[in-house]
Design a binder for this molecule. Structure first.
Ligand SMILES: Cc1ncc(COP(=O)(O)O)c(C=O)c1O
Length: 426
């Protein structure tokens, strides 16, 4: 980071720590945040991920014995009679902090900050490391709005991005330039399910002084912890499995305490895409059942992926949990489990694939995933042959988000829809 940027950062974070109340300080216009330390947990360390999801952050004494914490649905915290440390919900809020503490602990990170959506967390993470005219490296099949943000939006500010396959560390190394500020990762990629090697890429980035950011939405912090491999920042769309009920948009950024503190006042404070307390409360509720739900998503997806692999009307199945996946060994070395989002390529024409989707009874059609409900999506149908070849995204790709319905019923539904596809049923 050059001198000018360093002093600008200092100015942005400037705060009058002696301010007795919610004074407007620094460019972020928010008062210092020095909340009371949370009550020590009665849980005995080391905490299991299940205990973190269920109980970390509970403080029954403080909340009249309420088994679920209250929703602090307020913007301002007055300090007229007590200096509890809270000022303004864009900076800190006790309900949001419970979600942040749980997710930081699940990721094995020092700190986390919640945002109003996954894209809010992702754009804030990128903005926190980018400078004018810098360069970013990113996988080509990344979640499309991230590609749009880098390739189109940030181009206005002179930012250039090199898109790589992500599967070849040498290709990433060759893409680095003196002004590269970040290697952005999403592993596995949530359409084609290729992986990036977190250990190798983190080591490469450290050797070149480049920050790494990894989208860990697919694996969830239960099954993959990029920070443990040396990744600097982890981002999540908590809209997906963490929320789990298709009723909240939510995002999280995870990293070192110092970085998260800076982000609180800069990218979250200045752009303002903070989480709403009610959203945080629903996220806490979702996290409590995350381990249970993920076990079921994984078990059903594994069975359905294995079944599809033997199906005569299926050309290819893309799921890192299958031993036949070309990067299964890497998947095993950096993940401890697999989740419920899978893709496959049926042996059929595009028209027959549309007919397959319409023939499914238990899968609703839509682009999201990670909720209780099963969903189907066809991200490749809209792209042309040249784009399909260049990106490695099959045009006939069908993506299934395996929900919590009975796995036998879901399998039978897929089978009848595949059979119906051949008859051209719409
Ligand atoms: C892999 C991945 N990352 C990030 C996002 C963005 O999350 P949100 O919709 O919460 O902004 C999505 C959304 O579908 C996604 O699939």
């Amino acid at each position: 980071m050059d001198e000018a940027t360093t002093s600008e950062r200092e100015r942005l974070s400037e705060r009058d720590t002696d301010a007795p109340d919610a004074g407007e300080t620094g460019m972020s216009g928010v008062a210092p945040h020095e909340t009371l330390p949370p009550k020590p947990s009665s849980l005995k360390p080391p905490l299991s991920k299940q205990d973190i999801c269920l109980h970390l952050g509970d403080d029954y004494d403080r909340h009249l014995g309420a088994i679920m914490p209250p929703i602090f649905q307020n913007t301002l915290f007055t300090r007229k009679t007590a200096n509890h440390g809270y000022t303004y919900t864009r900076v800190a809020n006790p309900t949001i902090e419970i979600a942040e503490r749980k997710i930081a602990a699940l990721e094995g990170a020092e700190a986390a900050r919640c945002f109003s959506s996954g894209m809010a967390a992702i754009s804030a993470a990128l903005m926190s490391v980018m400078e004018k005219d810098c360069h970013i490296v990113c996988p080509l099949n990344v979640y499309p709005p991230v590609k749009g943000f880098l390739e189109v939006y940030m181009k206005r500010f002179g930012v250039e991005t090199t898109f790589v396959s992500g599967t070849d560390v040498g290709e990433i190394e060759a893409a680095l330039r003196p002004n590269t500020r970040a290697i952005y990762l999403e592993t596995p990629l949530s359409n084609v399910f290729t992986l990036q090697d977190l250990r190798a890429i983190a080591a490469l980035a450290k050797a070149h002084g480049v920050t790494t950011i990894a989208d860990n939405t697919w694996a969830t912090p239960l099954y993959q912890n990029p920070i443990a491999f040396g990744i600097d920042i982890v981002v999540h769309s908590a809209t997906k499995y963490m929320g789990g009920h298709s009723d909240i948009l939510a995002g999280v950024m995870v990293g070192s305490e110092a970085r998260m503190e800076r982000v609180t006042h800069e990218e979250r404070g200045l752009f303002g895409a903070a989480m709403d307390p009610h959203q945080a409360w629903l996220l806490i509720r979702g996290l409590r059942t995350l381990p249970l739900r993920m076990r079921q998503h994984q078990e059903s997806a594994m069975r359905i992926a294995a079944h599809l692999e033997t199906h005569p009307l299926v050309e290819q199945v893309l799921y890192p949990g299958l031993p036949s996946h070309p990067q299964h060994a890497l998947a095993r070395s950096q993940m401890s489990g697999y989740t419920g989002l899978i893709s496959f390529v049926p042996r059929g024409t595009p028209e027959q694939i549309v007919s397959f989707v319409k023939g499914l009874a238990l899968f609703e059609e839509g682009p999201s995933w990670g909720g209780f409900e099963s969903l189907v999506n066809t991200p490749g149908l809209g792209i042309d042959e040249e784009t399909s070849r260049r990106t490695g995204m099959p045009q006939r790709l069908v993506r299934l988000s395996i929900g919590l319905e009975d796995a036998d019923a879901l399998t039978a539904d897929i089978d009848q829809a595949l059979a119906g596809m051949l008859r051209g049923r719409a």
